[in-house]
Design a protein around this ligand. Structure first.
Ligand SMILES: *Cc1c(COP(=O)(O)O)cnc(C)c1O
Length: 396
């Protein structure tokens, strides 16, 4: 009888067992730029073999292979690739699929680097991009044309944790343009909470800098897809050159071992914090997909099995009051990024002030009183107490 696919708690520890090549329980860090070949024939075979882990590290490294295997199993993918950053993964996925004259459908809100790639870099290369409200499935599908090559999704997404309906968009887009490819940035959810390939997506991407690594100590990206699509993307990725270092691959693999237990605890902590904030008089609005008050809570329950650690909050305050609130927090560190063991807080308007002007901020729906929290692994009552003291201070 075939074994059931293992639970994600087991996958994070054993998905790469077949790639264990010696008796060391923790894998050696293969700090090699190049690898020996037995003879000319082996050499030629290695160079042409996708993601070969023992040819030249820009082409692949034994630790890339193990990281990719673990995340591919979690996402239900045939294959995976590692990158030096999330943007490295996203750039390779997008650039390997488009050519001049093609069209891409994107969301009106994306991670900042993704927005720049799609709306600034692609048009320079002769690729047209339509940006649509991700919450409006009909509008997303109406934007798909005969020359649409790629639909790029990101859910949940900044700044208010809006969701898109992955299954409806995948089915609808493919009905309109059968050769269209749907990629999903699954960074905010993590594969523990959401598995876009099972909902019909072709490519899943992660900034492994966030939940997958989980300790705020590395920068990495992972891409999951069919073996054939990974081979094609890899062909361009080795030219683009966003190679994950062996050390960061090792840290990432170590982080992955605890991914499932970390994400489950973070889900629980975030739910407790979101509920606390929603009931606090100093808070105007809380955006968290797990709260029934989230405009798309029903969709969240349908396509997610947990709701992650990112919460957006609008305070009953102005720019200065919100800045003062963030400054009063003691357990939350004022820092960008998300998905790690430490809780972080950012005053959204202050974070974007260097990159967006007032008009762009209005367009991006960034309110002066908005704070983004990334909930970590501190005890939820301690996090709530910290938020309470910082909110009560704002009354003064
Ligand atoms: C951080 C992030 C990225 C970019 O990842 P890097 O590892 O910083 O390059 C892409 N998408 C989302 C949703 C992110 O949060």
């Amino acid at each position: 009888m075939p074994l059931k696919p293992p639970h994600c708690d087991t996958q994070v520890l054993h998905a790469d067992d077949a790639l264990r090549h010696d008796s060391a329980l923790s894998p050696p860090i293969t700090y090699a730029a190049t690898f020996a070949a037995a003879d000319a024939a082996e050499f030629a075979a290695m160079a042409g073999q996708p993601q070969h882990a023992r040819y030249y590290t820009r082409y692949g490294n034994p630790l890339h292979e193990r990281v990719a295997r673990v995340v591919a199993d979690l996402e239900g993918a045939e294959s995976g690739l590692c990158f030096a950053s999330g943007m490295g993964a996203i750039s390779a996925a997008v650039l390997s699929h488009v050519r001049a004259g093609d069209h891409v459908v994107a969301q009106s809100s994306h991670y900042m680097g993704t927005s720049k790639l799609l709306t600034e870099l692609l048009p320079r290369l002769g690729v047209q991009v339509s940006q649509v409200d991700l919450t409006d499935t009909a509008a997303v599908l109406a934007a798909v044309r005969s020359n649409t090559r790629l639909v790029h999704l990101e859910t949940p997404v900044n700044p208010t944790l809006a969701l898109c309906d992955i299954a409806a968009i995948c089915a609808g887009a493919k009905a309109r343009a059968p050769s269209v490819v749907v990629s999903v940035d699954n960074t905010f959810a993590s594969p523990i909470n959401q598995r876009p390939l099972s909902l019909g997506a072709d490519i899943v991407l992660h900034s492994a800098t966030k939940y997958l690594g989980g300790h705020h100590d590395l920068t990495a990206g992972v891409l999951l897809s069919s073996a054939e699509r990974c081979r094609v993307i890899w062909g361009d990725a080795i030219t683009l050159g966003a190679t994950l270092s062996p050390m960061d691959a090792w840290l990432l693999l170590r982080g992955l071992r605890t991914l499932a237990v970390r994400v489950r605890q973070i889900n629980a902590n975030a739910m407790a914090v979101a509920t606390f904030l929603q009931d606090h008089p100093g808070v105007e609005r809380v955006f968290y997909p797990g709260l029934p008050s989230h405009p798309q809570h029903a969709l969240a329950c349908q396509q997610m099995t947990g709701f992650g650690g990112v919460i957006a909050v609008w305070l009953r305050s102005d720019y200065a009051g919100t800045a003062a609130f963030v400054a009063r927090l003691k357990l939350f560190t004022q820092a960008v990024s998300l998905g790690g063991v430490d809780s972080l807080a950012v005053h959204a308007a202050a974070m974007w002030a260097g990159t967006l002007n007032d008009e762009q901020m209005r367009q991006a729906n960034v309110q002066p009183n908005a704070v983004r929290l990334s909930i970590g692994l501190e005890a939820a009552p301690d996090l709530c107490a910290d938020l309470a003291q910082a909110l009560d201070g704002s009354a003064n």
